[in-house]
Design a protein. Structure first.
Length: 589
């Protein structure tokens, strides 16, 4: 290979890369932002996301562009990481289309129709049409189409120039000897990764490989690791685009990297493992441009099928790499309060619904907080203690934000029903916040037993287990009634609250009996009493919420009179429910 052939090679490479860039740019422009819009919408399930990611990449001819676009969406909060993973997988499949188009350069035939399929035959026509559209187009759409045609023609001319320049190398022993280093799979992967990382396009690096394959120096066995490396190297673009972005965007870039790393590791292990036993005949065969396109496609389709069922696993791996920080948790929480926009104060009905929506989330968190606290009675851990405290802090923030907003809302000129709804919500969120306070009291009491290495008797533990079941029941009923505005379910809370009052008294009474018999200690008794009291007070707050719910239907209902009315036995259904609940949560079992 003389100096002039080398000049032809680097000139061909320049034309190839420039043509690919021009074509990709034209395709992106002609999409007019519609692809981005569809990317946002068509990700409702993983398979749809994969198919659409493949289609978009096939159109814009760049998996890197698709992945960078997705990183941007995740960074801006438009798309979640779980949605992005499917598109990234599809992008890897879509990018194989380019290698199949480039493989047309290898067509050899004397037939007129077959020769017309060869890019060197139709590229001049495309270039001519492209320059006419580009120069004469009065609107940008025609210019963009012209740019696409010109880019494709330049790309193909570059491919032909590279192939022609390297063809004489087939007879050069030095070049053939140089390629023997690729027989080492690790070196092959490394070379492929570096080449793609430098030019930032797997499609382009595969194209260069296809151009070099005309020398006949590559075999299937030596080319497979290089293609694996090229797929790993293409991740550099997404990694670079995530620099300076938020942590969610960085996780998206890591998913792209892990997808290709895992796929390459499994594919190479399977290939070399099976080859050791089966001795594939094709391993030493010379590979051509179509063979490279085939391997490229098989690898990307194989990896997508392999990892599609493990999308959530890839997501977890990304979160393990970049854990969620306290700032992120705070940012997510703050983003929820965007519902409480002051502009909604002019439409009170809508503003109240926004508050109700947030209060529903607060109720769900409160239930989770108290259930976790109760769980520490049998399975204590420092992590759970911290989770309960963290949840209680979040609930406090909900209480503050919603209370301030509702107070602003109450100063507006409200209809009577809207005013009642504001009052109900204010009372309910106060009770929800108090329940979370009692949850913290519970875990702190349990923590005390672990610090002092105290242990409850089996009988006490069993009684508290029944008590906890009743508490879980009342929390579930209260939260469900509150979120769904279900008055009928709210009516079932009061008999359960009375059952819990009775449980509280009975558990304390039984503990005193064990204390007298020397089966328990005063220290444990005080802690048990604290926990039981916090349970009972949380149940009182559940009762308050339920009564507020009932009062929204009957504004003249007075809470204390209502409770006395029920407990005096004037309601048959109440007595029936109370009897059933006493049986269900009996300590005598």
């Amino acid at each position: 290979m003389d100096i002039f052939a080398f000049f032809t090679l680097i000139g061909g490479l320049a034309l190839f890369l420039y043509g690919m860039n021009v074509m990709g740019s034209g395709l992106e422009k002609i999409s007019g932002g519609r692809l981005e819009l569809l990317l946002e919408r068509l990700t409702s399930n993983s398979l749809k996301a994969v198919l659409f990611g493949a289609a978009v990449t096939a159109v814009i001819q760049s998996s890197s562009a698709t992945t960078v676009m997705v990183v941007g969406f995740v960074n801006s909060g438009i798309m979640k990481l779980s949605q992005a993973i499917g598109i990234i997988m599809g992008a890897n499949v879509g990018t194989t289309i380019t290698s199949w188009i480039l493989s047309l350069t290898g067509i050899q035939s004397d037939g007129v129709f077959i020769r017309l399929l060869k890019p060197s035959s139709f590229s001049p026509v495309l270039a001519f049409l492209g320059i006419i559209l580009y120069l004469s187009g009065k609107n940008s759409k025609k210019k963009d189409i012209g740019e696409i045609l010109l880019g494709f023609a330049v790309l193909m001319y570059g491919m032909e120039s590279m192939s022609g320049a390297v063809k004489p190398l087939a007879d050069e022993p030095g070049f053939v000897n140089l390629l023997t280093i690729f027989k080492n799979p690790l070196l092959g992967v490394l070379v492929g990764a570096i080449l793609t990382a430098v030019i930032q396009s797997s499609s382009a690096s595969v194209g260069i490989l296809q151009a070099l394959s005309v020398t006949g120096a590559f075999t299937y066995g030596s080319i497979i690791p290089i293609i694996m490396g090229q797929n790993i190297g293409t991740c550099v673009t997404a990694m670079l685009s995530s620099v300076g972005a938020n942590k969610s965007a960085k996780r998206t870039a890591f998913v792209h990297l892990y997808f290709n790393l895992i796929g390459a590791a499994v594919f190479l292990s399977a290939y070399f493992g099976l080859n050791a036993f089966l001795r594939f005949d094709f391993s030493n065969d010379t590979v051509g441009v179509a063979g490279i396109a085939l391997i490229h496609s098989i690898f990307n389709i194989f990896t997508t099928i392999l990892l599609l069922p493990f999308i959530h696993g890839l997501e977890k791996l990304a979160y393990l790499t970049i854990p969620v920080s306290e700032e992120e948790r705070q940012a997510v929480l703050d983003s929820e309060f965007q519902l409480l926009d002051d502009r909604f104060l002019q439409t009170p009905g809508f503003a109240i619904e926004q508050c109700r929506s947030l209060a529903g989330r607060m109720a769900t968190l409160t239930r989770e907080c108290f259930l976790k606290a109760m769980g520490t009675f049998e399975h204590y851990s420092k992590e759970t203690l911290e989770e309960v405290i963290s949840l209680e802090n979040r609930i406090d923030k909900y209480d503050d934000k919603i209370s301030v907003y509702l107070t602003k809302l109450s100063s507006q000129d409200l209809a009577y029903q809207d005013s009642q709804n504001v009052s109900t919500l204010l009372h309910c969120i106060t009770d929800l916040e108090r329940i979370s306070d009692h949850a913290v009291n519970v875990v702190e009491s349990v923590q005390e037993t672990h610090k002092r290495k105290l242990r409850f008797s089996k009988k006490a533990a069993e009684e508290m287990r029944i008590y906890s079941s009743a508490m879980e029941d009342i929390l579930n009923r209260t939260v469900s009634a509150f979120i769904n505005g279900d008055e009928q379910q709210a009516l079932t809370v009061e008999p359960l609250e009375e059952t819990i009052d009775e449980l509280n008294k009975e558990i304390k009474k039984r503990h005193i009996k064990r204390l007298r018999k020397g089966k328990c200690t005063i220290e444990l008794g005080l802690i048990l009493s604290d926990i039981a009291t916090n349970y009972e007070r949380a149940a009182d707050h559940c009762s308050n919420i339920a009564i507020c719910m009932i009062q929204t239907q009957d504004a003249e209902l007075e809470a204390h009179k209502y409770i006395n009315h029920l407990r005096e036995g004037e309601e048959i259904s109440y007595e029936q429910q109370l009897s059933e609940l006493r049986e269900k949560y009996s300590l005598s079992k």
